[in-house]
Structures are given as C-alpha cells and as structure tokens.
Design a protein around this ligand. Structure first.
Ligand code: ADP
Ligand code: ASP
Ligand code: MG
Length: 405
C-alpha cells in the first residue's frame, strides 16, 4: 500500500464539475488500495476576490485579518471535495491546516512552516478515509491562523509529503507539466519530462507561477521528488528532482517573465557607509521582499550622492514606499520614483555553468527585438533583465525562439 499526496490547484477545483472530476480521480487511485492525502487550493479567483474586497475597504489592511479572511477560500474547497467523495461512497474527511498539524511562524501572509505533526492525518487515513487538507494555511504555536504566501498550497503539499514520508507527490494543475516557457505566452513551448530542483526553483522565483518557489526550496531541502501534471487528462507530467549529469547538456532549460515586480529608485542618496544598511534593514523589518538591487557610482559635486534602485513584488510596493518615505529625514535622499510597468525576463539552465556566450546572445536577441535593458542580474544558472512591461511578451517569444527554438 502506497501513501500518495495529490494537490489540486484553483482551476482544477474551479467549479462543482471540476470538484467532482477531482473526486473521481482520487476515488480511482484509492480503488488500487493506496492511502490518499489530497491538498486543495481555493476555487480559482476566490483568493483574488477576497483581497480585492479587503482593499476596497482599506488599501493596506492588517495582515493578521488578511490571513483570517484568505484562509476561508481553502476551507470552502476542502468541505466541497469531501462532499464530492461522499457522493461516490468514498469515506473522506476534511481538515484545516491547523488540524493537519501545520505549525508556522507568525509572519502573517508569508508565514514559514516551523514543523508538521500529522498525527491526526495518519489516524484518519488508518481509519480508511481519504484526508483532504486545506492548502496555503497553518497556525502559529499560539493558535493564530496564518497563510504561506500566494501559491502556498504547493508548499502545503510538498511539506506534508515530506512529513508523511509519502511514496508519491503529485501536483495537479491546468497545464500538462512544466514547459520551456509559459505555454499561454509562447505557444510552441515544449513540456519538459524532467527538470532539476535548482532550475525549477529559479524558474519559479523568476515568475513561472506553475510552482510556488518556496515549495521547490522545501522539496530540494528534504529531497521530495514530485510530478507536475494535468488534472484534466492522463498525460505524464514533469518530474522535478535532483540534478543529473545529462541535464547539463542543455544550456537554457526555460524562459520566464515576471510581470508582478515593481521598481523603486531613491535618487540622490548620500554616498556614505551605513545608508544601504539602514534602507534594507527597514524593508526587511517590514517583511518587504527585495529582489534585484543596483547602486550607481557616485555623482554630484560637494557631498557625493548615488542612485539606488531595487525591485520588489508589486503587492509589497505600497509597504515599501511607506518604509522609504519614513526614512526621508534620516537619510536625506532627494527623490523617490516608483515604476510598476516593468517586467523581469529570465533565462535559466544548469548548463550555463559550463557554457560561455549566453549573456551576449541574450542581449543581442533583445537588441534585435528593440527591447531596452533596464537592470541586469545573474547567477551561476540564470540571467535576468528588467525591461518595459509592454515589451515583455514579445521579448519572451524572441528569446525562446533564439535559445530553445
Ligand atoms: P494552480 O492553480 O494549479 O496552482 P497556477 O495558475 O498557479 O495553477 O499555475 C499554472 C499556470 O502557470 C499555468 O496555467 C501557466 O499559464 C503558468 N505557467 C507559467 N510558466 C509556466 C511554465 N514554464 N510551465 C508551465 N506553466 C507555466
Ligand atoms: N489560494 C491561494 C492563492 O491563490 C493559494 C494557492 O492557490 O496555492 O494564492
Ligand atoms: Mg499555483
């Protein structure tokens, strides 16, 4: 008897028929004698709608109350999925994150999992039930409801698979697997049969929302091999696992476009020790995620000054602005400029470690497509550029064609 963890995303449980389809799939696996733990997201659009409702009342709502609100999305789907299984005469019981033993820290809306004690899950499984756990949510040691960041049901699935020592972890979504680029953007993108944790992690953090990046980090750390596949057909998906020698032959595994970033520039920042530390410490304390940072050389006569630019997730922009404005007196920068219409395009591949000329080819391709590069950042296995959002989709197509075909 195998223990299988199956996660179904928002589209896969988007309406009653889709939920019945999930129940049918789960029931078929169970017929083979396996134990099944199902993780579900909120129905598609529900989380976005709840956020919209709160923001209509107040632009920066309390993060504790946001967690209280957002956790309800998944709570609807666990019950509906259990009901759908009951309708097929399959014993099933739903559980919130807290009931499943998921304990997190207290960073509301971006909580990290501290530990999981899935005693109740095991008990219900042993009694013959399919166990359905609400994705995306947990509880602090003192009983506060938390959520795990957007896309966090992926993390619930991977973390539970690790805690339960599951034999198989399947992430069901609305595409057939992980592609060389978002198949909705690049129609001739191809499905990868396998991808390394590091490549998946980069693609995910760089905007390929097919997997939440923190969930991939977790999978790598605990060696959870998982499959990304479609809930709407039987096609084999993409296996995500440790890098193998053969993976290095491919220079660029995938292209990603992140449309969810914003750019913040502090103009005329006094160029002296401790200033950057103050800025990024304050942003960190406010749990603003900062991604790329670029600082220019000093300019101006008299007191040397510099411009400092960083990117952050769009939802964090308002918070970031507030933090920086709060530092105006102390730091005495001249001006604050924010830009929301940016896109971050990235190419990713473990093969970049052993191939040269990749950056040159990327920049040349962008130049030929008439795309100006605003910021650049690189790691061993990726190159990212910030560009104009309006040119993003065209740029992804051009870069995909140049590197992947
Ligand atoms: P779920 O609701 O199942 O969690 P998501 O909407 O979060 O699904 O993620 C699936 C979507 O990710 C796909 O519909 C696809 O448009 C997008 N996506 C972006 N990049 C990729 C990629 N490289 N491969 C596959 N899908 C991708
Ligand atoms: N419902 C949450 C979100 O939309 C979590 C998830 O879908 O994974 O971000
Ligand atoms: Mg998702």
């Amino acid at each position: 008897m195998a223990l299988i963890v199956q996660k179904f995303g928002g589209t896969s449980v988007g309406n009653p028929d889709r939920i019945k389809n999930v129940a049918k799939r789960v029931a078929d696996y169970r017929k083979r004698g396996d134990q099944i733990v199902v993780i579900v997201s909120a129905m598609s659009g529900v989380t976005d709608n709840l956020i919209k409702l709160a923001k209509e009342i107040m632009p920066l709502p309390s993060e504790r109350e946001m967690d209280m609100l957002l956790a309800t999305g998944e709570q609807q789907t666990i019950a509906l999925t259990a009901i759908a299984l009951h309708a097929l005469n399959v014993p099933a019981v739903s559980m919130t994150g807290a009931q499943a033993g998921i304990v997190t820290d207290g960073v509301h809306t971006k909580a990290k999992i501290h530990n999981i004690t899935p005693k109740e899950v095991h008990k219900k499984l042993d009694e013959g039930n399919v166990v359905i756990v609400a994705g995306f949510q947990g509880e602090t040691a003192s009983g506060q409801i938390t959520t795990l960041g957007r896309g966090g049901s992926d993390l619930t699935a991977i973390a539970l698979a690790a805690a339960l020592k599951a034999d198989l972890c399947q992430i069901y979504t609305d595409v057939d697997g992980v592609y060389t680029a978002d198949p909705r953007l690049v129609p001739n993108a191809t499905k990868l049969s396998e991808i390394s944790y590091d490549e998946m992690l980069e693609l995910a953090s760089l905007g390929a929302k097919v997997m939440q990046s923190r969930s991939v980090e977790f999978a790598k750390k605990f060696g959870v091999v998982f499959e990304v596949r479609s809930s709407l057909n039987e096609n084999p998906g993409t296996i995500v696992k440790e890098e193998t020698k053969s993976m290095e032959g491919v220079v660029v595994r995938g292209v990603a476009l992140d449309k969810n970033q914003a750019k913040v520039t502090l103009v005329g920042v006094p160029d002296k020790p401790g200033v950057a530390a103050k800025i990024f410490k304050a942003l960190g304390d406010a749990t603003v995620n900062v991604d790329m940072i670029v600082q220019n050389i000093s300019h101006g006569s008299g007191v040397p000054a510099t411009d400092l630019t960083f990117t952050t997730d769009k939802p964090d922009l308002l918070k970031a602005q507030k933090v920086i404005e709060g530092l105006k007196k102390e730091i005495a920068y001249k001006d604050l400029i924010v830009a929301e219409k940016i896109g971050k395009l990235s190419i990713v591949g473990v093969g970049m470690k052993s191939h040269t000329g990749v950056a040159g080819k990327l920049f040349e391709t962008l130049a030929q497509a008439g795309v100006n590069i605003d910021m650049i950042s690189t790691s061993e296995i990726k190159i990212s550029v910030v560009i104009d959002l309006a040119k993003g989709e065209g740029a992804v197509k051009a870069v995909h064609a140049a590197f992947i075909g």
